[in-house]
Every structure is written in structure tokens, then in C-alpha cells.
Design a protein around this ligand. Structure first.
Ligand SMILES: Nc1ncnc2c1ncn2[C@@H]1O[C@H](COP(=O)(O)OP(=O)(O)OP(=O)(O)O)[C@@H](O)[C@H]1O
Length: 299
């Protein structure tokens, strides 16, 4: 492994989050190195999405530490996580239906604006939160030269974000997102996350609900991102994607990490087999036609 690859991008230590009596994430530790493709797998309800929600600031942890390139990420602040370089997509795909495809991608870039958001650091103080909003609104109405230049740059970033998806999104840049197919909505969401040029990209089941050929296309796009050196954490049930792409796989069960290794290593691990086929389930997990593990048996 080269020195560049071994640079630690994400470090998570003792991360915890409970919902009532459910310990969704129960004190986990893991690292992700630069350029690494790490997948998190595990049976339903094992804590995968909660982990991503904690790292991306969507949820506030009960305890633990999240470091991005050695710097602490403020817990429970999605804006600051995004500004630090953490981008994500959501399990159920989130696009703004009434905004155009291009505007959806633009939204993802808002946190990168500097000239157009001159007093943004004040937004964290509730009493004077209106000051940066006022400044931003004024600059939107009467943009300075710097703000106009920044907008141009933003448009170019949006265009190149859409171009990543070939003819899928670019020709639809001006269409409202509600008119898109399901697969194109998911692509728009990924384009929005990538537009940030993130240090770390978190993908929560990007191929959920897609058919086999759409899933294969997602696989090819993720392989391309990986080849370009993007650091990625993928939560995924479709093992074909996990096996194809992952340098390392983290397996969770009941809020804990039960195995870490290559795809081959974890799938041969006794604890992993037990978690999927396990005591708690009445019928064995099956691997479906698309390589998706069905771990709901007996529920
Ligand atoms: N907002 C919430 N409120 C209450 N309980 C929650 C919430 N989010 C998650 N949980 C619970 O925490 C546990 C872990 O859920 P999580 O969604 O992280 O699992 P997962 O591994 O991503 O599951 P899946 O593969 O089904 O998406 C589950 O028992 C779930 O019901």
C-alpha cells in the first residue's frame, strides 16, 4: 500500500447511539484510508444507516469521536460535516421534486460558497442567525463581481457533475426532478453528493430498488469513482456490488462490528454466517437473483 493510500481519512472511535432501549450503534471503531472503498454490510436493523447518519451529522451521537483527516467533526451538524468534505446519499433517495435536476445538484454546492455567504460563521449562533441570511439575500439581489464569478464556477461544477452520468442527466438538467425515473433520481442524488468534490463519499444503498442492469450501471460508475481515487463508504445489501468494489468490508450486527476483512474473508467468517443465518431467524438467509441477501426470514 502506498503512503498516499494509507493516509487516514475517517476515524471513528467509540461511536454510540441508542433509540429508547435499542442500541442502534453500540460503541464502534473503524478507519477508512484515502482512496479506500469500504462497504458496511449486515442484517436489517444492524446499525448501518445509523452509522452513516452519525458520520454525516444527520444524527447526534450519544458518545464517541469522529475525525476527518485528523480533525474532529462537530457532532450532529450536517452543514459542518458537508463543509468539512463529507457528502452522502440517503437510503430512500432524496431529491427536491419541484427543483430542476441542475438545481438539485446546485443545492449540494451551497455549503461551498464563500463570496455569496460572507457571514456564514454567524449562522451557528441562534440569536443572530438572521444576519448571514440577510447578507446572503442582499448579495443574491445585487451580486458583487466575486459573487458573479462564484456563480459561474458553480454552474460549471453542476454541468460537470451531470456529465458524469453521460446522457442520463445532462439532457434533463432543466427538468423538474419529479419527472425523472426512479434510477435518474438516485443518479441526481449521487451527482449532488459528488458535486461537492467530497473528501469522503457515503452512499446508503445507492442501488436499492434498481433492476439488475441499473445496478450493474451503478457498479460501473462506482468502480470509475474508485479508480479516480475517491474515498467511499458504501452501505449495501446487494453483495454483487460489495464483492465487486470493496477493498474492505465491515460487518455489523446488533449495533456492533462483528468482522472486518476482504469480501472473501468476511463471507467465510463464522460470526458473519451466524449473523445472517442466525439463531434469531427461523429460515436461512438466501442470496437472491441479484445477489441481495434476504435476512428477513421468519420475521
Ligand atoms: N429514528 C429512529 N428511531 C427509532 N429507532 C431507530 C431509528 N433509526 C434506527 N432505529 C433503530 O435502530 C436500529 C438500527 O437501525 P438502522 O437503520 O441503522 O439499521 P440498518 O442496518 O441500516 O438496517 P436496514 O438494512 O434495514 O436499513 C434498528 O433497530 C432500528 O429500528
Amino acid at each position: 500500500m502506498s503512503a498516499q493510500q494509507s493516509e487516514q481519512i475517517l476515524s471513528v472511535a467509540g461511536l454510540r447511539r441508542a433509540f429508547g432501549g435499542v442500541r442502534a450503534v453500540d460503541g464502534i471503531d473503524f478507519e477508512v484510508n484515502r482512496g479506500e472503498f469500504v462497504s458496511i454490510i449486515g442484517p436489517n436493523g444492524s446499525g448501518k444507516s445509523t452509522t452513516i447518519n452519525l458520520v454525516s451529522g444527520v444524527l447526534r451521537p450519544d458518545g464517541g469521536r469522529i475525525l476527518l483527516r485528523g480533525n474532529a467533526v462537530r457532532p450532529g451538524s450536517p452543514e459542518e460535516a458537508a463543509e468539512a468534505g463529507i457528502a452522502r446519499t440517503f437510503q430512500n433517495g432524496r431529491v427536491f421534486g419541484n427543483l430542476t435536476v441542475a438545481e438539485n445538484v446546485e443545492v449540494g454546492l451551497h455549503s461551498t460558497l464563500r463570496a455569496a455567504r460572507p457571514l456564514r460563521s454567524l449562522a451557528r449562533y441562534p440569536v443572530i442567525r438572521w444576519v448571514p441570511i440577510l447578507a446572503e439575500s442582499a448579495l443574491a439581489l445585487v451580486p458583487t463581481r466575486k459573487v458573479r464569478a462564484e456563480r459561474e464556477l458553480l454552474r460549471a461544477q453542476v454541468d460537470s457533475g451531470l456529465a458524469r452520468f453521460g446522457e442520463r442527466l445532462a439532457p434533463r438538467a432543466g427538468d423538474p426532478a419529479y419527472t425523472l425515473s426512479y434510477a435518474n433520481r438516485r443518479r441526481t442524488e449521487i451527482a449532488r453528493a459528488l458535486a461537492l468534490d467530497p473528501v469522503l463519499l457515503l452512499l446508503d444503498e445507492p442501488a436499492a430498488g434498481m433492476n439488475q442492469s441499473e445496478t450493474a450501471e451503478v457498479g460501473r460508475q462506482l468502480a470509475e469513482l474508485k479508480a479516480n481515487g475517491q474515498t467511499i463508504v458504501l452501505v449495501e445489501h446487494k453483495l454483487e456490488l460489495v464483492n465487486q468494489l470493496s477493498d474492505r468490508v465491515i460487518v455489523m450486527d446488533e449495533g456492533s462490528i462483528i468482522a472486518v476483512g476482504t469480501p472473501e474473508e468476511v463471507q467465510a467468517d463464522e460470526r458473519v454466517i451466524e449473523a445472517y443465518l442466525g439463531r434469531r431467524r427461523l429460515r436461512p438467509a438466501t442470496v437472491g437473483a441479484e445477489g441481495q441477501v434476504d435476512s428477513d426470514g421468519g420475521r
